[in-house]
Design a protein around this ligand. Structure first.
Ligand code: PLP
Length: 349
C-alpha cells in the first residue's frame, strides 16, 4: 500500500496523471472481476457500499413485488437504502440482535418479494450465510438477490455464479487490504434501467464531454458518477493484487482456525464471545461482547493491538498474515485488561 501511494505521488507530479488514474480504475475493476468470477463489464467502481446498494435498486419498478427480505444483522448503510425506497416494505428475518440463520430467510421469500438482501458474512457477529441456498429460493419466485460481501471478500472464495447473486458489493478498505473510498458493485445484467445517480463517468464515452447528451453504456460503468477517490483506487489495485495471489480456501481455513482458537481461549477465562453456530459458517473476525467495547479498543490500541468496536462487541479481525502469536498477544492483552479493570463472566455463545 505504501508503495502504491508513493506511485500516486510520483504520477501526480508527472504528465498524463489523469490517464494513469483511468488506467488504475480499469486495473482495479479487472482485479475485482477476477476475484469474484465476473466479467469486467459487470463491475462498477463506486465510492462506498451504500451508494452501490442505492444504485442497484434506484430505478427498479417494484410494482406488486414490493417486499425486500433482509436481516437486522445487515450492515446499516445497506439496510437503510432498502428502508429509504418509497414503495418498499422490508420484511426482517427476526428481531435486532438475534442470531441470524439461512433458514430465517426462506419462509419470508414469496411471490411478493422483489429483492432478497443477504450479507455473505455479518459485520457484527461474523456469521456466514448460505447465499446460494437463499438465492435459489429467491430466483424460484422471480426475486433478485443482493449480496454484501464486504466482510467476506479477501478471506474466502467468492464466485458470483456459485453464489447465484444478481448484485454483489465489497469495499476495498477491509480484507481487500486497500483504503476506504472505493467499493465495487457486480451487476449480473448491467444493461437494465439507468440508475438515478449519474455523472460524466457514467456516459457511453466519458471523454466525449457532451453536456447536452445523456447516453448510457451497456456495461456496469453506467452506475458510476464522477471522479473517484484516486488514492483509494491506487491502494485497491495493490491490495487486490495481493489478495488475488492467495489461495482463499486456505485463507478461510486459516482464519477459521485462529478465530476458533481465540474464542476457546477467551471463553475459557470468562469472556463472552459470539461464534457462528456451525464452524464452517464462521467469518474472519471474532466478536467479543463488551458493552464498553470502545474503552477496551482504546486500551488495546495503546498496546499495539488494533481492533474495531461495533455496537457492543469488539471485533478481532484475522487475515492470511495473522499468526498464532497474534492470538497469544490479543488473548493475553484482554486478560491483562480484565485484571486491571472489572472481571466478567460468560463463555461462548
Ligand atoms: C458488511 C459491511 N457492509 C458495508 C460496509 C461499509 O459501507 P459503506 O461503504 O457504505 O460505508 C461495512 C463497513 O464496515 C461492512 O462491514
Amino acid at each position: 500500500m505504501e508503495q502504491a501511494l508513493s506511485w500516486l505521488m510520483r504520477d501526480l507530479s508527472g504528465p498524463g496523471f489523469w490517464r494513469e488514474c483511468e488506467d488504475q480504475v480499469e486495473r482495479a475493476r479487472a482485479l475485482f472481476a477476477a476475484l469474484v468470477g465476473a466479467d469486467v463489464e459487470q463491475v462498477a467502481v463506486l465510492p462506498n457500499a451504500s451508494v452501490a446498494a442505492y444504485q442497484a435498486v434506484s430505478r427498479r419498478r417494484w410494482r406488486r413485488r414490493r417486499d425486500v427480505v433482509a436481516t437486522p444483522a445487515e450492515f446499516p448503510g445497506v439496510a437503510h437504502t432498502w428502508l429509504n425506497q418509497p414503495t418498499v416494505r422490508v420484511r426482517w428475518t427476526g428481531p435486532p440482535g438475534a442470531a441470524v440463520r439461512t433458514g430465517d430467510f426462506l419462509p419470508l421469500i414469496t411471490a411478493r418479494t422483489g429483492l432478497v438482501s443477504v450479507p455473505a458474512v455479518t459485520y457484527r457477529d461474523s456469521t456466514g450465510l448460505d447465499v446460494a441456498c437463499i438465492a435459489r429460493a429467491a430466483h424460484d419466485v422471480g426475486a433478485r438477490v443482493f449480496v454484501d460481501a464486504y466482510q467476506a471478500a479477501g478471506v474466502m472464495p467468492l464466485h458470483v455464479d456459485t453464489l447465484g447473486c444478481d448484485y454483489l458489493v465489497a469495499g476495498a478498505g477491509k480484507y481487500l487490504m486497500g483504503l476506504p473510498g472505493v467499493a465495487f458493485l457486480y451487476i449480473r445484467h448491467p444493461d437494465g434501467p439507468a440508475p438515478a445517480l449519474t455523472g460524466w463517468l457514467g456516459r457511453a464515452d466519458p471523454r466525449a464531454l457532451r453536456a447536452t447528451v445523456l447516453d448510457w453504456p451497456s456495461q456496469a460503468r453506467r452506475y458510476e458518477t464522477g471522479t473517484p477517490c484516486v488514492a483509494s483506487v491506487y491502494a485497491a489495485v495493490a491490495g487486490l493484487r495481493l489478495v488475488n495471489g492467495l489461495d482463499l480456501d486456505e485463507v478461510r481455513r486459516h482464519t477459521q482456525r485462529l478465530v476458533s482458537e481465540a474464542a476457546r481461549r477467551l471463553g475459557a477465562f470468562g469472556e463472552v464471545v459470539r461464534v457462528a453456530a456451525a464452524p464452517d459458517a464462521q467469518g474472519a473476525h471474532l466478536a467479543l461482547v463488551d458493552p464498553q467495547a470502545e474503552i477496551l479498543a482504546g486500551w488495546l490500541a495503546e498496546r499495539g493491538v488494533i481492533t474495531a468496536p461495533r455496537a457492543g462487541v469488539l471485533r478481532l479481525a484475522v487475515h492470511a498474515y495473522s499468526t498464532d502469536e497474534d492470538i497469544d498477544v490479543v488473548c493475553d492483552a484482554v486478560a491483562t485488561y480484565r485484571r486491571h479493570h472489572h472481571r466478567r463472566s460468560g463463555g461462548i455463545r
